[in-house]
Design a protein around this ligand. Structure first.
Ligand SMILES: NC(=O)C1=CN([C@@H]2O[C@H](COP(=O)(O)OP(=O)(O)OC[C@H]3O[C@@H](n4cnc5c(N)ncnc54)[C@H](OP(=O)(O)O)[C@@H]3O)[C@@H](O)[C@H]2O)C=CC1
Ligand SMILES: O=C(O)C(=O)Cc1ccc(O)cc1
Length: 446
């Protein structure tokens, strides 16, 4: 393995970025601001445009391709689509500078590590990373996974010191541990929001625009996070679901939990429904008297109430009363965690803001006196949400099948049509979602 003496561990140390999309640019800017010299590229056809964009940043030099970046850099980060990592590393990996450090930022480490092992010269150190947040979230205090896969201690410490400028919380994992935890947190959480979007699309509704069915803190989270996901690039979500070998089980179980709970509701099997949900509650959140949740709730619902897209019309007043909902998506999430023996609190150290928010909402539902009883009652008696629940169930099964068959093209199509449906409403809505996440992150610090 390379030692310090083989590198110029000084100002001459150059960081290479291959892939200058949202995450690559965020890394480039932050590293450059911290004083590091960055050499970066995207696809060759974007060279001129990127060079212009970064022309006034003297610490960032745009190169034409990954060969040039690889030859010039001491530490190279691949920040490309997860599905492309094999092809891109195959192309540029052999050009890696002698004794350099190489890592990737993809959301799923199995294909990334396989690509590095297959295509990097044996003198190269492999240290991967994963910032567990999107490009527009302040990285300070957010988890940053670091994977010392094949590296000297010195190289690993170098990566830690370079990335310390993000001020994130470093979490040391193996690639396998990373994929298992992110399957439990990200993949299955996204499945819920992707299914909500499909359900509302199928019923051709913008849920915040139709009267008072979707009002209140929990509904705001559903709507804002669903829109946030559909406003992003499809490949981020497809990659971490389809390419993560650990994620298929979770997404499949989420679909089964949804279907089985919905059947119990349709069949009016109140006792069975209550028993199943209460058992899941005990497994996930602990028994009465010995809860797994902290004394202080993860979320303040009043805070979420502020982030509604539904602006009451004149005369309606600010306080439109929320319609009781059976929250099938949340009951199914907890049932899924329970069936797979997942204790979500164990994963907080390696969680995204989105996951923490969703867990916070689930916790709120299960710990607020009377709320769960209301859900179960509505699930059996009330038909107001039946159409949405039916479509949600179909959607969850559809995503699960698509993932299990590794159908990238179908996944993209499914995403794209629903993205198109919501697109006219993204403007403004995305900002509200962003403000909500920011407020929740702020409140986590209190
Ligand atoms: N967005 C997010 O919230 C997060 C994403 N990630 C992960 O980070 C990685 C990057 O994501 P993100 O930045 O959002 O995605 P983007 O699509 O914005 O960026 C990826 C970039 O890599 C480029 N690229 C593809 N092939 C090559 C190549 N041969 N040479 C140079 N550049 C190439 C792409 O070009 P083109 O578009 O033309 O293919 C694109 O510009 C993904 O693996 C994602 O899973 C991790 C954490 C958070
Ligand atoms: O918070 C989430 O789950 C997001 O949607 C943003 C995101 C997407 C991909 C990642 O690898 C990490 C974070």
């Amino acid at each position: 393995m390379a030692t310090a003496s083989e590198f110029a561990w000084s100002k001459d140390f150059t960081i290479g970025l291959i892939g200058m999309g949202d995450m690559g640019k965020m890394y480039a800017r932050r590293l450059a601001n911290a004083g590091w010299r960055v050499m970066a590229c995207d696809r060759e056809e974007k060279f001129e445009e990127l060079a212009k964009e970064f022309a006034d940043n003297t610490n960032i030099q745009i190169l034409r391709n990954g060969h040039l970046v690889s030859r010039a850099s001491n530490y190279i980060i691949y920040s490309v689509e997860a599905a492309a990592i094999g092809r891109v590393v195959e192309q540029f990996g052999p050009s890696t500078r002698l004794g350099a450090i190489v890592g990737g930022q993809t959301s799923c480490k199995d294909p990334e590590i396989k690509a590095f092992e297959a295509h990097l010269p044996s003198d190269v150190n492999i240290v991967s990373c994963h910032s567990l947040h999107g490009p527009n979230v302040d990285p300070r205090g957010q988890p940053l996974v670091l994977i010392k896969h094949r590296a000297s201690d010195e190289s690993f410490h170098k990566v830690e010191s370079v990335l310390s400028c993000l001020n994130s919380t470093h979490v040391h994992l193996t690639a396998k541990e990373h994929d298992r935890i992110t399957a439990d947190t990200q993949a299955v959480t996204h499945a819920a929001f992707l299914s909500m979007g499909k359900a509302w699309h199928a019923n051709r509704q913008f849920p915040w625009e139709e009267g008072s069915r979707y009002v209140g803190g929990i509904e705001n989270v559903k709507i804002n996070l669903m829109l946030r996901i559909y406003a992003q690039k499809w490949h981020v979500y497809a990659g971490l679901a389809i390419l993560n070998p650990e994620a298929h089980k979770q997404i499949g179980q989420f679909a089964r939990s949804t279907t089985e709970l919905f059947y119990l509701m349709l069949e009016g099997k109140e006792e069975e429904l209550r028993e199943r949900v209460c058992k899941a509650k005990e497994k996930v959140f602990g028994a009465e008297g010995s809860p797994k949740w902290a004394e202080k709730p993860l979320l303040k619902e009043e805070l979420l109430d502020r982030f509604s897209l539904n602006k009451p019309s004149k005369g309606e007043g600010a306080a439109v009363k929320a319609l009781p909902n059976n929250h099938l998506s949340l009951l199914a999430m907890v049932d899924c965690w329970s069936a797979l023996g997942i204790v979500p609190y164990d994963h907080m150290i390696c969680s995204t803001p989105l996951f923490r928010l969703w867990l916070g909402v689930a916790e709120h539902l299960f710990r607020t006196p009377g709320l769960l009883d209301e859900c179960l009652r509505v699930g059996i008696e009330d038909k107001s949400f039946r159409r949405d629940d039916l479509q949600f169930t179909i959607a969850a099964a559809g995503w699960a099948e698509c993932v299990s068959l590794r159908q990238f093209d179908t996944w993209r199509e499914r995403f794209a049509v629903t993205q198109k449906f919501f697109e006219p409403r993204f403007k403004g809505a995305v900002e509200v979602g962003q403000a909500m996440i920011k407020a929740v992150l702020e409140s986590e610090k209190e």
